[in-house]
Design a protein around this ligand. Structure first.
Ligand SMILES: O=C(O)c1cc(=O)[nH]c(=O)n1[C@@H]1O[C@H](COP(=O)(O)O)[C@@H](O)[C@H]1O
Length: 259
């Protein structure tokens, strides 16, 4: 089964487009606290999770112990919920081969985020994995997205359209790996009409203050997921993880449209 089908099935069975972001900030509590914390988050939010997205930075910050924790929490994610490893990797093809092997064969994650700045040959080593996906950074949620990604080229296209052209090429070559894109909610309004019908990973809801109006207007049909990390893990309220996940799931459902 291709990645997009697995994700679509999960969106349907959970009735949710929520991607639960796993970005632990253990602070003075230390790494062992982070493990129990994340296991609880996964257990409590799984019912509303279309996908889980651990971000490597937060695990690397805990050193070797963080990598062990990542492996343990990956093993606790139910089979039918895709895991998107947020690694934002980028290197020459020869090196990318090893990242691809590590993530897809070693850790067996379903998808990984990549920075496409080095071009097609840098994503190519990820493209022959049945049932897997890469999400290419296209229009990120930070203000610096204007520096490169949204610049207009002489032919009228914007730079992020060169990124979607990489995915078009993979499609033409009938690669086993699906290619999706990262589009930050905070910068989505003017770009969504130019995004192909490929899976989008949309961060920026919750702590970054993005709203769903543009996504709702885009009337997309792809298996898009919307990520919330701090809004579930660290919201300043009395609710538990499950209730927060349910809140964001409902917010997304009323904004994006029904599943
Ligand atoms: O690739 C990402 O997930 C990503 C891309 C982007 O443009 N903006 C963005 O915030 N992210 C990630 O999405 C998560 C957002 O976290 P919150 O702002 O806490 O919901 C973090 O893990 C970010 O690194």
């Amino acid at each position: 089964m291709r990645y997009a089908e697995k994700l679509q099935q999960r969106i349907k069975s959970s009735g949710s487009r929520l991607c639960v972001g796993l970005d632990p900030r253990p602070g003075e509590h230390g790494a062992s606290y982070a493990k129990d914390f994340l296991l609880r988050v996964i257990e409590e939010t799984a019912v509303w999770a279309a996908a889980f997205k651990p971000n490597m930075a937060y695990f690397e910050a805990m050193g070797i112990e963080g990598i062990r924790i990542l492996e343990e929490i990956l093993a606790s994610v139910p089979e039918d919920i895709p895991v998107i490893l947020d690694a934002k990797r980028s290197d020459i093809g020869e090196t990318q081969k090893y990242y691809a092997q590590g993530y897809f064969n070693g850790w067996n994650v379903d998808a990984v985020t990549l920075n496409p700045f080095l071009g097609y040959d840098s994503i190519e080593p990820f493209l022959n994995f049945e049932g897997k996906a890469v999400y290419l950074l296209a229009v990120t949620s930070n203000p610096g997205s204007a520096d490169f990604q949204q610049q207009v080229l002489q032919d009228g296209r914007q730079v992020f359209e060169l990124v979607t052209a990489l995915g078009d090429r993979a499609k033409e070559e009938e690669r086993a790996t699906d290619v999706g894109y990262v589009v930050g909610l905070t910068n989505a309004e003017s770009v969504l009409s130019k995004m192909p019908d490929s899976p989008l990973l949309v961060p920026g809801l919750g702590a970054q203050g993005g709203d769903l109006t543009a996504l709702a207007a885009a009337k997309r049909t792809a298996p898009d997921v919307i990520n919330v990390s701090r809004g579930i893990l660290y919201a300043q309220d009395e609710k538990g993880f499950r209730a927060r996940a349910e809140y964001w799931m409902e917010k997304i459902a009323s904004g994006y449209g029904s599943v």
